[in-house]
Design a protein around this ligand. Structure first.
Ligand code: F2R
Ligand code: MG
Ligand code: MG
Length: 360
């Protein structure tokens, strides 16, 4: 893995994200809390069989996760220093072009308001969601993969940092603390995966992420409004740091974790806090253990495990796919999966364009 090029990792991240969405969408919210191993294996076998046919290949279509990621990529390529107006326009135009991609129920209001206001006060509609609490959905995290790729260049220059960039992209639609910090954690995980060299060191990965998230969550305490809790219970101030310890435990344990425990303690829901950790868990666990998918490589295992958790499968798999693709590169991603999923060739082009921006 040492000789993996950055370009291969960029392609891996963006293609991994597309595949997770297209394949995971097949099960979104259908079989929570978990999906039997056989169903996942059958689906993958079906994709692989389909890819061998000469004619009329069935195409697994992407959903809102990829539709929004494509807008992030296109906007960052056109405006590497970030243009909030351009990105908001791209989200809105893409939604109005293809509204049936399975968007979240609330985010649609933002697109309508942005269009109606002619993009005047770009961050206002998102801040008005849910009586000013903002959306806690995972829509910010699911689309963030192009940002850490672009922001990879921050290490050589004083460009916009991955945390700043992620924050600005996420706030266009999500202002809830947990949505923003979930997108930041996903962004940081992709950035760390881009640097994985030998075998993934789970402890090191979690320790680094936790130390970065501690600073992020500390900052949120003073800057972001405290979220409401339904029963008025005390709000956890460092929820991502806390859940990272659970991710570590389940990723490292010898025996295969119980799926119900994963659902109960990590979550597989539509909220960022209850889905970003599951994606990270899938990547880390599959880097070390075969569990139900022993005959598959670590990238394939990541995807299959993330989908088997059930719940918000397209989104958890798109996030897990982006991290795994950044780590293992494009060459381990089966051609058969790539030929059967919509949007792969565009993802490769975006990766090439973002790669060209490195060092600029
Ligand atoms: N929308 C879907 N799939 C269909 C979902 C059906 C499911 N039974 C369900 O709605 O629970 N998938 C796509 O949506 C997710 C990304 O959503 P995003 O972009 O974050 O959208 P939104 O609308 O902002 O949030 C989603 C829902 O979360 C609830 N919610 C968010 N913040 C809330 C708050 N502060 N208080 C109460 N509820 C809040 C609402 O139900 C929102 O509609 C991905 O899964 C993507 O694949
Ligand atoms: Mg979706
Ligand atoms: Mg989803």
């Amino acid at each position: 893995m040492t000789s993996l090029s950055l370009l291969s990792r960029f392609k891996g991240a963006l293609v991994g994200a597309v595949l997770g969405d297209c394949i995971g969408a097949y099960f979104e919210f259908e079989w929570a809390p978990s999906i039997e191993k056989e169903k996942i294996v059958n689906l993958v076998n079906k994709i692989e069989a389909e890819s061998k046919k000469d004619k009329k290949k069935k195409v697994w279509e992407f959903t809102d996760d990829t539709a929004m990621t494509r807008s992030v990529a296109r906007s960052l390529i056109a405006h590497p220093d970030f243009s909030s107006v351009d990105m908001a326009k791209k989200f809105t135009e893409e939604y109005h072009k293809e509204p049936d991609r399975g968007y979240g129920n609330a985010v649609i209001t933002i697109f309508e308001k942005l269009k109606a206001s002619d993009y005047k006060d770009i961050y206002k509609p998102a801040s008005e969601q849910f009586d000013g609490q903002g959306s806690y959905g995972n829509g910010g995290a699911m689309r963030i993969s192009p940002a850490p790729l672009l922001a990879q260049r921050e290490e050589d220059n004083d460009k916009i940092t991955k945390i700043e960039l992620t924050d600005k992209i996420t706030r266009l639609t999500h202002t809830h603390r947990d949505a923003i910090n979930g997108a930041v954690m996903q962004s940081l995980a992709i950035n760390l995966a881009l640097k994985c060299h030998e075998e993934v060191d789970i402890d090191n990965f979690v320790d680094t992420l936790k130390s970065d998230m501690a600073k992020v969550e500390e900052k949120s305490r003073s800057k972001l409004p405290k979220p409401d809790t339904e029963d008025g219970a005390e709000v956890e101030e460092f929820p991502y740091c806390k859940v990272l310890e659970t991710v570590r435990e389940y990723a490292k344990q010898e025996q295969k974790p119980d799926m119900k425990d994963i659902n109960d303690n990590l979550g597989t829901e539509i909220s960022a806090l209850k889905s970003v950790p599951a994606a990270l868990f899938s990547f880390l666990r599959a880097s070390k253990y075969g569990d139900d998918f022993k005959d598959r490589n670590p990238f394939e295992r990541t995807m299959m495990l993330s989908i088997s958790l059930g719940g918000d499968t397209d989104t958890i798999a798109t996030m897990a796919g982006a991290i795994a693709g950044a780590c293992y590169g494009i060459n381990v991603i089966p051609e058969s999966w790539q030929t059967c999923c919509e949007g792969v060739s565009d993802a490769i082009e975006f990766a090439e364009e973002l790669h060209k921006l490195q060092g600029k």
